[in-house]
Design a protein around this ligand. Structure first.
Ligand code: HEC
Length: 111
């Protein structure tokens, strides 16, 4: 009976990993929650990245305003984030990080 807890545990881990599968599959289209974390960590120096803080960005546009601009599109944001900018540091973001951030910015449209 000593094995019992271990078996139960491995079943629990298996179930947990199975539950994570949809999340992994989603990452190719961008995960808005990790995009939010990247944005909070990397972009708040200049941008307000969350609707709650709109208006406190230093000189760069608020992400919620970017999201709501009619000219904003996923492909436009991706192109912007993959290219170099005079006023923005070059982050050399990985494609998955760009997808996550774009997914996050676009999620602000609904807020
Ligand atoms: C050092 C300041 C600074 C940092 C840090 C910064 N930005 Fe910016 N960003 C700017 C400025 C200034 C602009 C507007 C001028 C421009 O387009 O170059 C801008 C513009 C943008 C735009 C275009 C907005 C529009 O009107 O379409 C996006 C998208 C953007 N930033 C995303 C990001 C993301 C994502 C990060 C973090 C990974 C980031 N920025 C970090 C300064 C910054």
């Amino acid at each position: 009976m000593i094995m019992r807890p271990a078996v139960t545990l491995s079943v629990a881990v298996g179930t947990f990993l199975a539950a994570l599968q949809p999340l992994a599959a989603q990452s190719s289209r961008g995960n808005a929650e990790s995009g939010r974390l990247y944005s909070v960590n990397w972009c708040t120096e200049c941008h307000s990245v969350e609707p709650e803080t709109a208006g406190i960005g230093r000189f760069a546009p608020d992400f919620s305003a970017v999201a709501k601009s009619p000219s904003t599109s996923a492909s436009g944001l991706k192109a912007f984030l993959r290219s170099e900018h005079i006023h923005m540091p070059s982050y050399a973001l990985k494609p998955a990080e760009v997808d996550d951030i774009v997914s996050y910015i676009l999620s602000l449209r609904r807020k």
